[in-house]
Design a protein around this ligand. Structure first.
Ligand SMILES: [Cu+2]
Length: 480
């Protein structure tokens, strides 16, 4: 994977990329769920399979889409379709979740909620419309698979893109342990077997302990700092960076040495431009920023918050420029940090006023290995019942000792910032002892996962449901 595969040039090549992979338009959805391998494929094939991949300085055995980490970049256009065939060549069941997309339930890849997982040797055709432009990603939603290599970027172009820029780069962040020190399942087992927690993983920004696991590597686009991804451009070009946090257990503080950054989007949705030096991105969040590049070679760093480690890439605009070393000091990391309150929404993205409020308390049981929503675990989940057409306010009250990036499927909510409307998002970080409110317009009937995007917390119970009307008998809504 090199830089050029992940960036796109100006107008022409960008258009070619958008139309090259996807049939945009019209298609009926019938039959989508009953794929077999002999049917012709339109769109992308995601062949989930074990593979040995190079992270740059090191080869690891892991699970991948198509033999690479990350999986292929999928591009579509807002209002158009995504078509992707999952071929399961793993020795385990799997699904693909399209993180942040306001999608129809049976395409959401939420096993046990909206679809049965796809068995080894079987296929599933994901065919769905993408209503909103922006930066998204896809990943397995089965067990700990998302902490292997089963993830990739999904970029939805705006056919009326208002932002002026010369080119764009996708920056996919990930914490990595698979194949180094066992598998993520081993890491979860070790965690569950222990009552000792690593209290050295601490960050004031996140209000205390930041993570469960010390991942040995932090990656940009599948590459370690020792053999970094290089984004190649030219001095004076205005570049859009699409930053995605696909990690299981790590928030990153991101900065580009020698540059300020103008934040233009979060979780796909635009905001009034906010110029800062650095931003914190939790698991499942996305930020887009634009900046005008200087001449030279610059470090793009993602500090693993509270973990004394970082992901590292290079933005090079001058061919002969000397590479900054991977431990180079980046003063921007200590300067002006983006806050949610800096993000002002477009008027067009305002949701209706909520008719009622639901409080969800985020908690931890004394074991330290069970994380709860209103004192319930995933096995017997909290179900927030809503009716189609209403808007509700969810107040998340974090009474647990750790921060949580909470993610809702099938919707984007509107953050509340004091008395005013904040931006639309689908994933939001909540610190210990913090209360944070989001408004949800209930316009997409289904049974939707509402969970912590720390994969270890998710697997340790921190998973609820936003469900419409009467609760269905478990599994009735599964597509097959
Ligand atoms: Cu959590």
């Amino acid at each position: 994977m090199n830089g050029s595969a992940w960036g796109t040039g100006g107008g022409l090549s960008r258009r070619l990329l958008f139309t090259g992979t996807f049939a945009v338009a019209t298609g009926a959805l019938t039959g989508a769920a009953t794929a077999d391998r002999r049917r012709p494929v339109r769109g992308t094939v995601l062949r989930a399979r074990p593979a040995t991949v190079s992270l740059g300085g090191r080869k690891v055995a892991t699970w991948t889409y198509g033999g690479t980490v990350p999986g292929p970049i999928i591009r579509a256009t807002a209002g158009g379709m995504v078509r992707a065939r999952l071929v399961n060549d793993l020795p385990a069941e799997t699904t693909v979740h399209w993180h942040g997309i306001r999608i129809e339930p049976r395409m959401d890849g939420a096993p046990g909620y909206t679809q049965a997982p796809t068995k080894p040797g079987r296929t599933f055709d994901y065919v769905f419309r993408v209503p909103d432009p922006g930066t998204y990603f896809y990943h397995s939603h089965v067990g700990m698979q998302n902490d292997r290599g089963l993830y990739g970027p999904l970029v939805v172009a705006d056919p009326r893109e208002p932002l002026g820029y010369d080119e764009e780069f996708v920056v996919l962040l990930d914490d990595w342990l698979d194949g180094i020190d066992g598998t993520p399942d081993d890491a979860l087992r070790r965690l569950n077997a222990s009552t000792e927690h690593d209290d050295t993983l601490r960050s004031d920004l996140l209000g205390g302990v930041t993570g469960e696991v010390r991942h040995p590597y932090h990656l940009v686009n599948g590459r370690m700092a020792e053999a970094p991804e290089v984004f190649t451009s030219r001095p004076g070009r205005t570049v859009r960076f699409r930053v995605i946090n696909a990690a299981a257990d790590t928030a990153y503080r991101v900065a580009l040495g020698g540059h300020r950054m103008t934040i233009t989007h979060t979780d796909g949705f635009p905001c009034a431009p906010a110029t800062v030096d650095t931003f914190l991105i939790g698991m499942g969040e996305r930020y887009d920023f634009v900046t005008r590049l200087g001449a030279g070679a610059f470090p793009l760093v993602a500090l693993a918050e509270g973990k004394q480690a970082r992901a590292f890439a290079i933005v090079r605009t001058t061919p002969g420029a000397r590479r900054p070393p991977r431990d180079v000091k980046v003063p921007e990391l200590e300067r002006r940090l983006l806050a949610y309150a800096d993000l002002r929404p477009r008027r067009a993205d305002a949701l209706p006023r909520p008719g009622r409020t639901v409080t969800v308390t985020l908690g931890m049981r004394p074991s330290g290995n069970e994380w709860t929503l209103n004192d319930r675990l995933a096995a017997d989940p909290l179900r927030v019942r809503v009716e189609k057409g209403e808007t509700i306010r969810i107040v998340m009250d974090n009474q647990s000792p750790m921060w949580h990036p909470m993610h809702l499927h099938g919707h984007t909510f509107q953050l509340r910032v004091g008395e005013r409307r904040g931006v639309r998002k689908d994933t939001v970080n909540i610190k210990p002892r913090e209360r944070l409110s989001v408004d949800v317009e209930c316009d997409n009937p289904g049974e939707w996962m509402f969970h912590c995007h720390n994969l270890y917390h998710q697997e340790q119970g921190m998973m609820g449901v936003l469900g419409y009307g009467q609760a269905p008998p478990r599994h009735r809504h599964m597509s097959h």
